[in-house]
Design a protein around this ligand. Sequence first.
Ligand code: URA
Ligand code: SF4
Length: 204
Amino acid sequence: MGAEEYLPEDPGDLEALRRASMGCRGCGLYRDATQTVFGRGTVGARLLLVGEQPGDREDRQGQPFVGPAGTLLDRALDEAGIDRGKLFLTNAVKHFKWVPSGGRRLHKTPSARERAACRPWLLAELRVVAPALVVGLGATACQSLLGSGFRLSHHRQELVDGPGGLPVVATIHPSAVLRMTGADRSRAFDGLVEDLRFASTAVS
Ligand code: URA
Ligand code: SF4
């Protein structure tokens, strides 16, 4: 189990990586998903943002963060004054995990095994894109980057040492903000904006 054996011979080429990821069978999640959703952005992007896994919309369109969580993330990035050209967006797990519920596909959090199986793709993206800083959105992303013991709530607005010594900023996942209501939601949104601003300032 694991994505390692599906990595291309030249893992230094982003397009080769993307193509190879389309055929990954490194865990069982490819079976019920439409396609691999690889990262979006360019080599040399200063900031690399890591989400959890594609959602329903991302699974259909083949692009990360094009659904409701992506819309909220876009708003937060705008408020933080972050230029989209500076970004590479990806996920800790590249296939959509879901369970059927009333005719819909309901998101299901990937297991620690699935997260570990998919980690070689994330590490390869980090190596090739070579950002100055990584933002982990939510627990799955942060645990993939920083280990299973990492507790996100204890490390907001802090630079943490990530893979290969890359600095990581941990923050809340946009979907978690979407699940909240009222004052909690606006507080959580403001927290996300503040963390993104912190990350952007750290690399400018
Ligand atoms: N949530 C994520 O974590 N990633 C996406 O690409 C979309 C929603
Ligand atoms: Fe491969 Fe990751 Fe998809 Fe599993 S989730 S099949 S490891 S790309």
